[in-house]
Design a protein around this ligand. Structure first.
Ligand SMILES: CC(C)(COP(=O)(O)OP(=O)(O)OC[C@H]1O[C@@H](n2cnc3c(N)ncnc32)[C@H](O)[C@@H]1OP(=O)(O)O)[C@@H](O)C(=O)NCCC(=O)NCCS
Length: 194
């Protein structure tokens, strides 16, 4: 997705578009945006781990007028190992980081970023998508559950601050969505699966 190919949007009086990560020159602004909002500290090596291998799974919301970055999502995708079984595991997408600056929240930007990355993961063959969210993060849990993610397991003391996480999972097999879609998930995936 080139910068000009991203979906256009409007949040309040801010017109914006989504771009895909292109080069390390964008890294300082992306790190500043994410580090300001997430409870977990990430080193530059963590960012480089994601961005050098899966640049196509980092999408950024950019203010059309100022060029400022105000939202970002970073993911990866890998084949999940099947322990003890001689078959290939499922291709799993993973959302590592998601943030929207406070003044732009609750206007659909976060959901837009998640949908954009999910579409890219599905296009590239992901069969399931996972992430962890703090059990107290009501906003993020609501956002993901509206998109069809389900709670898989609770991970005790998952974060450095000692709090638990929910592992959330979205199954993107055709059967799953045809049989039991939420309203939003159906709208999101209908063009891909029906
Ligand atoms: C989570 C986050 C990315 C959501 O971004 P956003 O742009 O506000 O998301 P959206 O506007 O698309 O909201 C989607 C839904 O979630 C709800 N939601 C978002 N934030 C919420 C909050 N703090 N409390 C309750 N609901 C919230 C919205 O109301 C909306 O539901 P609705 O359509 O029924 O109203 C943003 O709050 C954020 O950056 N938080 C800090 C970082 C973080 O927690 N990241 C997630 C880590 S797993």
């Amino acid at each position: 997705m080139a910068a000009s190919d991203g979906p256009d949007g409007q949040t309040g009086d801010t017109a914006f578009h989504l771009i895909q990560y292109e080069s390390e020159r964008q890294l300082p602004e992306i790190m500043a945006l994410i580090d300001a909002e997430l409870s977990e500290p990430y080193s530059i090596f963590t960012y480089r781990y994601f961005l050098s291998q899966w640049p196509f799974l980092c999408h950024v919301a950019v203010d059309d007028a100022t060029g400022e970055y105000f939202g970002c999502i970073i993911g990866k995708m890998e084949r999940h190992p099947c322990k003890g079984i001689e078959v290939e595991g499922r291709m799993r997408g993973y959302i590592g980081m998601l943030t929207v600056t406070k003044q732009h929240r609750k206007k659909g930007v976060g959901s837009g970023l998640v949908k954009s990355v999910i579409r890219e993961m599905i296009r590239r063959g992901c069969q399931e998508i996972c992430l962890e969210a703090e059990v107290t993060n009501a906003g993020a849990l609501k956002l993901y559950e509206r998109l069809g993610f389900i709670r898989d397991k609770r991970l005790r003391r998952y974060y450095l601050n000692g709090s638990d996480a929910h592992r959330l999972k979205l199954l993107v097999d055709r059967q799953t969505h045809v049989d039991s879609p939420t309203a939003d998930a159906k709208a999101l995936f209908s063009n891909l699966y029906l």
